[in-house]
Design a protein around this ligand. Structure first.
Ligand code: S3P
Length: 440
């Protein structure tokens, strides 16, 4: 069934201040870690989206008591009573993680210390995504998975009270893999160490101390020592930098715009897109204004920039722009010269194959885009005009849906986006938020 949404060009420049919903990665962790902890946590600013609701649903099935209510600003706030030392209860049905890789992969680590048998599953997209990266280290710690060789959900996990601490060299920089190993490591005797080829986002290392669990973290190494007890805490989730990236791109591409995005996470592991845009000549700056726990937050100022130019984004920056490559690729399509994103193969393992999705969409705009090895090349056109009558396919991927919506919002002609509803995974009010920044 086709489900097209028409996106009309904005009627004027974006201006004023805006806020974005709570950070998805931090919201998942706030819900999941609170479910593991002893006692009742108070959490606020939590993103109300399909992905976070998947995390809420599965921890509820496992016996945590979640009482989060929608607030006026659209976020969720309230309490989570964790299962603590008593452990999760045996669910009577498979746990459906929906579209959420973070839910599925973090759960694998959370379930590791408990001798219950749990089947994890998800939607069509999640069931296509690789899981062996997570099951492999957890098996070394003593967890059983059925089928043992499975790379895809559904997978049945049986944990053990006898977890072994390990030192693990991760084959890729993945915060979901790192977090699963660290969460299991909390219940093993001794020190569990995770070495990464490049630093992935560090929200877990920053948040676990809030639950009374020390972590040590270097640039590419994270450690926990077990057995440890997590205690309930109070925390507030800052705005999502990855969602902010779409408002930033809207302001950069819509002539005459100048906006400030407030209350947004400015964790350096997440704002690689600001660094990339600076190198493209964008008029953009961030200002750290405080910390939520150990997470820095503040504002981003950005203005329309007529003279963007292409740049090279080295592979070691990839982890810090991981979720922003689609929207950065659209900005690169408007810049003079070639932009190359190096070492981006991991994008094939996201909610859809994002390299293919980017290439298909940019080709519709008449942009030269190609891949060589693990690198993605985009030859921008500063005079790019959006032709009439284009339809883009979100491929059920929220970040692809928002990227192509920006073509219609910031260009000369409306576009249609197939399955635009996928935005509900991370930013349900994306369209109205952008439109409301056009002040009369
Ligand atoms: C996330 C980690 C990233 C990111 C995803 C959220 C997390 O994936 O793409 O959207 O919350 O830990 P990796 O596990 O590949 O780093």
């Amino acid at each position: 069934m086709s489900n097209k949404t028409t996106i009309e060009p904005l009627q004027g420049p974006l201006s004023g201040t805006a806020r974005v919903p709570g950070d998805k990665s931090i919201s998942h962790r706030a819900v999941l870690f609170s479910a593991m902890a002893e006692g009742t946590s108070h959490i606020s600013g939590v993103l109300d989206s399909e992905d976070v609701r998947s995390s809420i649903a599965v921890v509820t099935q496992l016996g945590a008591v979640v009482d989060l209510e929608p607030c006026e600003d659209g976020s969720l706030a309230g309490t989570v009573r964790g299962w603590g030392q008593a452990g999760p209860t045996q669910p009577d049905a498979p746990l459906d993680c929906g579209n959420s890789g973070t839910t599925a992969r973090l759960l694998m680590g959370m379930l590791a210390p408990w001798p219950i048998q749990v089947t994890l599953t998800g939607d069509d997209s999640l069931r296509r995504r690789p899981m062996r990266r997570n099951t492999a280290p957890l098996m070394k710690m003593g967890v059983q998975f059925k089928p043992a060789e499975a790379d895809h959900l559904p997978i049945t996990e049986t944990g053990t009270a006898d977890l072994r601490a390990i030192t693990y060299d991760a084959p890729m920089a993945s915060a979901q893999l790192k977090t699963a190993v660290l969460l299991a490591g909390l219940y093993a005797h001794g020190t569990t160490t995770l070495n990464e080829p490049a630093p992935s986002r560090n929200h877990t290392e920053l948040m676990l101390p809030e639950y009374g669990v020390p972590t040590t973290a270097g640039t590419r190494v994270a450690e926990v020592s077990g057995p440890a007890v997590m205690h309930a805490c109070d925390l507030h989730v800052p705005g999502d930098a990855s969602s902010a990236a779409f408002l930033v791109a809207a302001a950069l591409l819509k002539r005459g715009s100048s906006v400030r995005i407030e209350g947004v996470s400015l964790n350096p592991a997440r704002i690689g897109f600001v660094r990339t845009l600076e190198r493209m000549g964008a008029d953009i700056a961030e200002h750290v204004e405080g910390h939520e726990g150990k997470e820095p937050f503040g504002s981003i100022d950005v203005s329309f920039t007529a003279s963007l130019h292409g740049c090279e984004v080295p592979a070691q920056h990839f982890a810090s722009i991981l979720d922003e490559v689609p929207v950065l690729a659209l900005v690169a399509a408007h810049a003079r010269g070639v932009t190359v994103f190096k070492g981006v193969a991991e994008l094939r393992a996201k909610e859809t194959d994002r390299i293919q999705a980017i290439m298909e969409g940019l080709e519709k705009l008449g942009i030269d885009v190609w891949e060589e090895g693990d690198n993605l090349y985009i030859e921008g056109d500063p005079h790019l005009r959006v032709p009439e009558g284009l339809t883009f396919d979100s491929k059920g991927d929220h970040r692809i849906a928002m990227t192509w919506a920006l073509v219609g919002l910031c260009g000369e002609a409306s576009v249609a986006v197939d399955d635009f509803a996928a935005v509900a995974v991370s930013y349900p009010n994306f369209l109205t938020d952008v439109e409301s920044m056009v002040r009369a």
